[in-house]
Design a protein around this ligand. Structure first.
Ligand SMILES: Nc1nc2c(c(=O)[nH]1)N[C@H]1C(S)=C(S)[C@@H](COP(=O)(O)OP(=O)(O)OC[C@H]3O[C@@H](n4cnc5c(N)ncnc54)[C@H](O)[C@@H]3O)O[C@H]1N2
Ligand code: MOO
Ligand SMILES: [Mg+2]
Length: 397
C-alpha cells in the first residue's frame, strides 16, 4: 500500500505523449494548444484612434489654438491621410489609422463643428489622448499563447487576429472504459432482485467527454478467461484504459492478475485512502496506461477525479493550479487513511467554504448530486477543525 502522494507521483511519472493534430479555428474552443503562437505584426498594428472625433497636433492646442479647419476625413479601413497644416484637423473614426502629423484625438462630444471649423470646448486636452499606440499590446514575433493552454473564446480571438485558420492542438488519447461485474445489467434491462444496473462506465465516459475525450464503453464478466481475451487487444489499441470493479480482494476480483498476465506492469495497487483504497494503476512496455478503479461507485468517481483527470491534463501539458477550500464545520475521521470527504462548497465573501455531506459510504453514489467535490483530509490527522484549509477536488462549479 502507498500513500496518496506516492500514488500521485507514480501516476504522473507515466504520462503519455499526445499526438498533434491540425484543426479548423471554428473547432478550437476547449481544445489544448500544441504550438506556440506569436504575433505576426505589432498589436495593434498601427497607431489606432480609440474615439470618433478630430485628430490634431497637441502643440497647436498647447500654444492656445481652439479652432481648427477640418481638412480631411480618416475612416477605419482607409490608408493613412496626412495633416497638411498644424492649424488644421482631420476627422477621425474609431479604429482608423491616426493621420500622419497628428498626435492627439479629441472626441466629438468635446467639440462643435460649424462651416468646416472645429472648436474645442473641452477645458483640457492631453498629448496623445484617445490613441492606442502601435505595438503597445504586443510586439511583432512576441509570444502570445503557449502550448498547454486550454483554448477559450478569448484565445480564439487571438488566433484569428494573427491569421491562423487552422491551429495545432493535442489529440485526445484513444480511450476505452470497461466496467466489470456479473451482478451488473445494462441500462435498458430490468434487473432481477439480486442484480443492479451498471452506472460506473456511463459516469466515466461522461467524465472523459467533459475533458474532450471520446471513449468506447464495454462491459465484461468476472471471468478470468474472458477478461484476458478481451482486454489483451484493448490494452494495445488504446492510449489509456479505465476499468471499474474487480480490483479488491474478492474471489472474483481478477482484474489486477489479468492485467499483470497481459504485461501491464503494476505501478500502484492499494492506496492508504478512503474511498478508493483498492485503486490499481499500471502501464505496458509500450507505454499504454491502465487505471483500474475500485468498483464502488463513489470510489470509481473519486479516483477518476483525483488520479485520471490530473494524469490526462498533465499529459496534455495543461497546468491546473491546485484548488483549496476551507472546512466550514469540524469533522473527525479516525482511520489512518487520507479521507476524501464529500463537501458542498460555497463562495462566502471570497472564501471557498466546504460544508461536509459525507453521504452513506462509497456505494451511495446518489449523494454525489448533493455535493460539489471532495476535500482531501490528510492521513496524519484524525480531527479536522472548522477554518482549516485542505486540497479540494471539485467536479462541478
Ligand atoms: N476483504 C476486503 N473486501 C473489500 C475491500 C478490502 O480491502 N478487503 N475493499 C473494499 C473497497 S474499499 C472497495 S471500493 C471495493 C472495491 O471492489 P472491487 O473493485 O473489487 O469492485 P467489485 O467487487 O466489482 O464491486 C464493488 C461494488 O461496486 C459495485 N459496482 C461495481 N461496478 C459497478 C458499476 N459499473 N455500476 C454500479 N455499481 C458497480 C458492485 O456491484 C459492488 O457492490 O471492495 C471492498 N471490499
Ligand atoms: O473505496 Mo471503498 O470505496 O472505501 O468502499
Ligand atoms: Mg470486489
Amino acid at each position: 500500500m502507498v500513500t496518496v502522494q506516492e500514488a500521485t507521483a507514480r501516476i504522473l511519472q507515466a504520462l503519455y505523449t499526445p499526438r498533434v493534430e491540425s484543426i479548423p479555428l471554428a473547432q478550437a474552443n476547449g481544445r489544448v494548444l500544441a504550438e506556440k503562437i506569436t504575433a505576426d505584426r505589432d498589436l495593434p498594428p498601427f497607431d489606432r484612434a480609440t474615439m470618433d472625433g478630430i485628430a490634431i497636433t497637441y502643440q497647436a492646442w498647447y500654444e492656445g489654438r481652439r479652432t481648427f479647419a477640418v481638412t480631411g476625413l480618416q475612416a477605419a479601413g482607409m490608408p493613412p491621410q496626412a495633416l497638411q497644416n498644424a492649424t488644421h484637423a482631420v476627422e477621425v473614426m474609431t479604429g482608423a489609422v491616426l493621420p500622419g502629423g497628428t498626435d492627439t484625438v479629441v472626441r466629438y462630444e468635446d467639440i462643435t463643428i460649424q462651416d468646416g471649423t472645429a472648436t474645442i470646448n473641452a477645458p483640457t486636452v492631453e498629448r496623445g489622448q484617445n490613441i492606442h499606440y502601435q505595438g503597445s499590446d504586443a510586439r511583432q514575433n512576441s509570444c502570445l499563447l503557449e502550448p498547454g493552454l486550454v483554448l477559450s473564446p478569448a484565445e480564439v480571438a487571438v488566433l484569428a487576429s494573427v491569421g491562423k485558420p487552422f491551429v495545432n492542438v493535442f489529440a485526445p488519447p484513444r480511450a476505452a472504459v470497461v466496467s466489470t461485474g456479473d451482478e451488473l445489467v445494462d441500462v435498458v434491462e430490468t434487473p432481477l432482485p439480486h442484480q443492479v444496473r451498471r452506472s460506473n462506465g456511463h459516469a466515466l465516459v461522461a467524465a472523459l467527454e467533459s475533458l474532450g475525450v471520446h471513449a468506447s464503453l464495454s462491459h465484461l464478466p468476472d471471468n478470468k478467461d474472458v477478461l484476458q481475451t478481451k482486454l489483451r487487444d484493448m490494452v494495445e489499441a488504446n492510449d489509456v484504459m479505465i476499468l471499474s470493479g474487480g480490483v479488491s480482494k474478492g474471489k472474483f476480483d481478477f482484474v489486477p492478475e489479468v492485467l499483470g498476465s497481459l504485461g501491464v506492469v503494476k505501478h500502484v495497487h492499494q492506496v492508504s485512502q478512503r474511498p478508493g483504497k483498492p485503486f490499481w494503476f499500471g502501464a505496458s512496455a509500450s507505454g499504454k496506461t491502465v487505471f483500474a478503479l475500485p468498483g464502488n461507485p463513489v470510489s470509481t468517481f473519486l479516483c477518476f477525479q483525483r488520479y485520471v483527470r490530473p494524469w490526462l491534463l498533465q499529459s496534455l501539458g495543461v497546468q491546473e493550479a491546485p484548488a483549496y477550500a476551507v472546512l466550514a464545520e469540524p469533522f473527525s475521521f479516525p482511520p489512518r487513511l487520507t479521507h476524501f470527504l464529500q463537501v458542498s462548497v460555497r463562495n462566502e465573501q471570497g472564501r471557498l467554504m466546504a460544508y461536509p455531506d459525507a453521504g452513506g459510504g462509497s456505494g451511495d453514489f446518489a449523494n454525489l448530486k448533493n455535493v460539489t467535490g471532495f476535500l482531501e483530509l490528510p492521513l496524519e490527522q484524525t480531527r479536522f477543525e472548522a477554518g482549516e484549509v485542505f486540497p479540494y477536488w471539485p467536479f462541478r462549479a
